[in-house]
Design a binder for this molecule. Sequence first.
Ligand code: PMP
Length: 341
Amino acid sequence: MTNVHDNILGLIGKTPLVKLNAVTKEIPATVYAKLESYNPGHSTKDRIAIHIIEAAERKGLLKPGSTIVETTSGNTGFSIAMVSIIKGYKCILAVSNKTKKEKIAYLKALGATVYICPANVPADDPRSYYEVAKRIASETPNSIYINQYFNELNIDAHYQTTGPEIWEQTDGKITHLIACTGTGGTLSGSAKFLKEKNPNIKVIGVDASGSILKGFHETGKINKDEIHPYQIEGMGKNLIPTALLFDKVDEFVRVNDELSAYRTREIALKEAIMGGYTTGAVTQGLIQYANSHEFSKDDVVVAIFPDHGSRYITKVYSDKWMEEQGFINNCVHNYDEVFKT
Ligand code: PMP
């Protein structure tokens, strides 16, 4: 029997690569998107949820009825909630108030308890989702705190799965890896594996305008002046996560809300791939990178598309939302014209 599984968790990983044929056509390389929306929880975070939870089980930290606590912009929570159902755990999540209502509804549909916390307070403020999650974990008996930003198993999940998959899928021909960085786990773990196979592979991180990760990579310092609110969820940070291995990243590019939003919509219209907001961000990051770096026709680029667009219907795919942001070209279908201006 093929493709038959004991439960939904058997579908995690082994996501497909799909060639981009239109959006990145100006880049002479072959560009593949790794579609992490093909995980059963529809994002890359399924990989870390199962990896971290099963490691805790092996250490005897979890037993049926235990509670799993985490901070999340949505995707990690969805994955933890999914794994918790199958394995019989309670799931408590602290999310930022930037998270759209439908994402919160998804989490609740999977039985999670959700706390909504202000996004624009410092990480050490007692109201921040980090502090709220820490407090809940310390007050709840038989609980673990996943702490994805500071958990090396986050890196390890991608070192053991995403990296090897990319290596095999490209027959070892990959020359560039590019991914958005939130915790940094996806890029760091994949990069660590791939650079062990071939140290010449270029690793590019995509940071959000309003985040300090690119600046920290370049200067080794946190520049608080770079911090400002932004709309893209799941990438960029106002603190330095240890799940981000800065030494594995060759260069960061920084993308803004507006161009990432157009790019997300363009990918849906031209490639028929409906990705989340960071799908547009990583592609925008690649196009910006290609403006100042040479590519050849033998180059093989893998861009990680972290999640599915269904979670962003009232955000980046909504003309009304685009208009509210002041993104004037919201209804334009000729994106070639948009990016020229
Ligand atoms: N895109 C989305 C939509 C995400 O939820 C995340 C995870 N926060 C990322 C990108 C970045 O992944 P990572 O945390 O592994 O850096």
